[in-house]
Design a protein around this ligand. Structure first.
Ligand code: F0G
Length: 474
């Protein structure tokens, strides 16, 4: 397809023919998209002056661009994946019965196989599960510990009056650190926090993969250790399992004890170690909408059910249409396909390697769903309070219509790293699209010294990155 094809296989990949994950094996250097395209959607191609006008209209905030103004949309991997023919087919037979639909029971069978927790509730998306969890399990003054709370999880914990404390390993803050499991929780910090907060710790969570810290995976050893500590302390342990399949793939390829395990078995062991989970099916459920909340505890399930009925709907549809339940049921199993996961991880790594090759620093090693560009290092002349990440994100848009998202001091005023996340929607873009993104980034890199920072001209009281307006400095 493109000149870069030959470089697709990386030396760091497991020797595919030795991989027991897929009994078919894969012994080619080129890792292909394990699908062909049956339906296409045109993407807008704009002139540079049209892009500049769009950016001005949007107040230099990429969240305020319209889809028709974006060529390659890497804003998020959430709800933006391409559904499979099997998912569309299942959706056509979705059962829209209010109570006890066939589609619910189909999803239930998949959840039993993949997750295995005895009680589960569909919800409209991940944050609905977080909200129910927070409203039923937390009270003011209590504490939730997590490797790193995703922002909606943190917001729901804080809304319940509880404290959300992050306990990432130190390596998570060092973009050049090549450690395999930078999503791990710092176990010494967990021991210390459990001792310091005592009875006030209501819940411990692990976010798989750790989205707020570079999409980095958590090792099975870490999940085991956190699970054992929670059991000893009598504290419930939940997974934020939005990207459970990508995390399981990294365990398979990077944690030697699990090299001979299937990805589905690894995922199942992750869930076996937890008391429950929240799951946004918009990520590894490869669906446009949907989420899950699970628990082993029947008494807790009863409280979840009551809260669910108040805010989401009857427990057999939980804020979703029957056809959505079908899409999630199929997607959860497709996400565990080793051929798909190999291609998925390789695509993200390929983008990261391409960016590094053209001189754009990125968080290492590449994560599961996104590449995080280190704008702080690329643009050392722009101080944090002039938002180097925003300068880089808008430059990528003006250069080639590529939309990413700033994850730095514009999004989180206290942020230490100034990053831009390029998240890859599942199964949506081809290798040529990725090559184009690398080429756009190379052109931006070549004029990095000319990029200028920003000041905020208008900002809302909270979550300013979604709607604030900015103006370029100088
Ligand atoms: N947990 C994690 C780790 C997430 O990344 C997200 C969403 C959620 C929970 C909330 O799920 O959107 O279905 O309500 N992340 C998206 C992103 C928005 O772009 O990373 P949701």
């Amino acid at each position: 397809m493109s000149a870069r094809c030959a470089s697709l296989a990386a030396a760091s990949d497991p020797r595919p023919e030795e991989s027991p994950v897929s009994d078919k094996g894969w012994n080619y250097r080129t890792v292909i998209e394990p699908f062909r395209i049956k339906m296409v959607e045109a993407i807008p191609i704009l002139s540079a002056s049209e892009r500049r006008a769009a950016l001005d209209r949007a107040g230099h905030n990429l969240f305020r661009l319209d889809a028709r103004e974006v060529t390659i949309d890497l804003l998020t991997d959430s709800g933006t994946g391409a559904l499979s023919a099997e998912q569309w087919a299942a959706m056509m037979v979705g059962d829209e019965t209010y109570a006890g639909s066939r589609s619910f029971h189909r999803l239930e069978a998949v959840v039993r196989r993949v997750i295995g927790h005895p009680h589960f509730f569909p919800v409209h998306q991940g944050r609905a599960a977080e909200r129910i969890l927070a409203r039923t399990m937390l009270s003011p003054g209590q504490v939730v510990l997590n490797n790193t709370h995703f922002d909606t999880t943190r917001a729901n914990v804080e809304q319940a009056g509880a404290l959300a404390e992050d306990l990432p390993v130190a390596a998570a803050a060092v973009p050049e650190d090549e450690s395999a499991f930078k999503g791990d929780m710092d176990l010494a910090a967990l021991d210390e926090a459990l001792a310091r907060h005592g009875e006030r710790v209501a819940l411990v969570m692990l976010t798989l993969t750790n989205n707020a810290a570079g999409g980095q995976p958590v090792s099975m050893a870490n999940v085991e250790a956190v699970s054992a500590r929670c059991r000893a302390a009598g504290v419930p342990f939940f997974l934020d399992a939005a990207r459970f399949a990508e995390n399981a793939w990294f365990i398979h390829t990077r944690e030697p004890a699990y090299a001979s395990w299937s990805v589905a078995d690894i995922a199942r062991r992750l869930f076996d170690l937890a008391d429950g989970c929240t799951l946004s099916a918009k990520k590894d459920g490869i669906s446009h909408i949907g989420g899950l909340l699970t628990t082993r505890d029947p008494a807790l399930a009863e409280r979840f059910r009551n809260e669910l009925i108040l805010g989401e709907g009857f427990p057999t549809y939980g804020g979703l249409a029957g056809r959505d339940l079908e899409a999630v049921a199929v997607g959860l199993e497709e996400a565990l396909d080793p051929d798909y996961l190999r291609y998925r991880a390789r695509t993200v790594a390929y983008l990261a390697e391409g960016l590094l090759a053209v001189g754009v620093p990125v968080v290492r090693p590449p994560g599961g769903h996104a590449v995080y560009l280190d704008a702080g290092r690329l643009l050392p002349h722009i101080p944090k309070d002039a938002f180097p990440g925003q300068a880089l994100a808008t430059a990528l848009y003006v250069e080639g219509g590529v939309r990413g998202v700033e994850v730095g001091s514009f999004m989180f005023p206290a942020a230490r790293l100034q990053l831009v996340r390029l998240a890859l929607p599942r199964r949506s873009y081809t290798q040529a699209h990725v090559d184009y993104v690398i080429e756009v980034a190379a052109r931006v890199q070549a004029r990095a010294g000319d990029l200028r920072g920003y000041r905020i001209t208008e900002e809302p009281p909270f979550l300013r990155h979604f709607s604030a307006s900015l103006a370029p400095l100088g």
